[in-house]
Write a protein that binds this ligand. Structure first.
Ligand SMILES: Cc1ncc(COP(=O)(O)O)c(C=O)c1O
Length: 409
């Protein structure tokens, strides 16, 4: 007899290296809701919130400015967060730029270099608007955007990327995990294709950082765009850009904190990363993010990956087993489970889930209109899982969706 979903869950739990019920105590908000909107933003654990409180209550000053003790302490904590992040991604602190989100990280790459008419950028039809519009905006400079297609489960064949390369290709930019389908791209192969053809590769790790190992050698790309506020469990308003060679980009924002000297109409930029972080940065956010990254490190990214994928795959199967429910994406998905209930409007379904069972999901186009239009899907409900979600929450989701499917369709 094939194992039931429950036995699958239990078998996987036996292999878990962390106690999901114990860590939930660090996320008090989870007592009030079934939080399945992790692909949008995650909850932040107590130790990270405490680090932020400690900043405000004991040493808040400005970063990199001032000889007084508060400014010094703030700078030390901020730089310590950079070291933590660098260690997490197996790079040097000088390669880590703090930003406000993934979107800003991608925009720095798009607008921090010269483009010439005819330059060719390869991306895909299933990208989030944040890995689409920055490149589309370069059309005013004559840049040509090439959209590689995925299969109908959101998986991109790396061979299609290789075929799309021309003599004018200047960049390949692809999301590691699709926020629409939960599909995982073979980024190791895509990075290899880039290296072989001497074309830089940007990986949008919005849905994978903190949920999947990214520090292995074959996963090191030229530009890695990372949210602090999703899988890394940091606070909102934090993001990271990892640059393999920071000297290749110019900063897109200039001002205080970014220059070595200014004399009349001349100036010289500081070395990276400071030149990319002009103005007062988000010190409490970055310090909280550093602590959150330590938290994720202690859980073990490989453990989180197993846990999240297991929950998502069981959830997808349980939803697919309900009459009138359509689940999108591949079987071997990451933590994202998009679905529809009959012809019901996804927003209505999401609202009913919230009102009946306090389940938080996302609904609509997921900031990926071209992707949904390409596949003729008029929006979906999206359940997305994180390190702290449980098997019981999968059950609640499946039961609640079943009730909607039997009551309204
Ligand atoms: C694949 C992908 N890229 C980019 C983004 C934008 O991320 P941020 O909100 O951190 O700018 C998201 C957000 O959901 C995403 O899923």
């Amino acid at each position: 007899m094939p194992p039931t979903a429950k036995t699958i869950l239990l078998t996987h739990y036996v292999h878990l290296m962390y106690d999901v019920y114990a860590i939930r105590k660090d996320f008090p908000v989870l007592n009030n809701v079934v939080y399945l909107d992790n692909a949008s933003t995650s909850q932040t654990p107590k130790p990270a919130v405490e680090a932020i409180n400690e900043y405000f209550f004991t040493y808040a000053g400005n970063y990199g400015r001032g000889a007084h003790r508060l400014a010094q302490q703030t700078t030390e904590h901020y730089e310590s967060a950079r070291e933590t992040v660098a260690e997490f991604f197996s790079c040097e602190p000088g390669n880590v730029i703090f930003t406000k989100n993934t979107t800003e990280s991608i925009n720095i790459v798009a607008h921090g270099q010269e483009w010439a008419p005819g330059d060719h950028v390869i991306t895909s039809v299933i990208e989030h608007h944040s890995n689409y519009l920055p490149w589309l905006s370069l059309r005013t400079q004559g840049v040509v955007l090439d959209l590689v297609e995925s299969n109908n489960e959101g998986v991109i064949d790396p061979a299609k990327i290789e075929t799309a390369i021309t003599d004018s290709t200047k960049l390949i930019t692809i999301s590691h995990v699709s926020n629409v389908f939960g599909s995982v791209q073979d980024i190791s192969r895509i990075i290899k294709i880039g290296r072989k053809n001497d074309i830089p590769v940007l990986i949008d790790a919005a849905q994978s950082a903190g949920h999947m190992p990214l520090s292995e050698k074959d996963l090191r790309c030229d530009y890695l765009a990372v949210p602090g506020h999703k899988g890394l469990l940091g606070p909102q308003g934090t993001g990271i850009l990892i640059l393999r060679d920071p000297a290749e980009l110019r900063p897109t924002t200039l001002g205080g904190g970014a220059v070595e000297w200014v004399r009349g109409c001349e100036y010289e930029l500081l070395e990276p990363p400071a030149r990319f972080e002009a103005g007062t940065p988000n010190m409490p956010g970055v310090i909280g993010l550093g602590r959150a990254v330590e938290y994720v490190t202690a859980l073990g990214v490989a453990n989180v990956e197993k846990h999240v994928a297991m929950l998502a795959r069981v959830a997808a199967q349980k939803l697919a087993d309900i009459d009138n429910v359509t689940v999108y994406g591949p079987k071997d998905r990451a933590g994202v489970v998009p679905f529809n209930v009959g012809q019901l409007n996804p927003h209505d379904v999401s609202m009913i889930l919230d009102e009946t069972s306090k389940i938080c999901t996302r609904s609509g186009y997921h900031c990926a209109m071209p992707a949904l239009e390409f596949f003729g899907i008029n929006g979906t409900v999206r359940a997305s899982f994180g390190a702290y979600n449980t098997a019981e929450e999968v059950e609640v989701l499946a039961e609640s969706v079943k009730l909607i499917a039997t009551s309204f369709v």
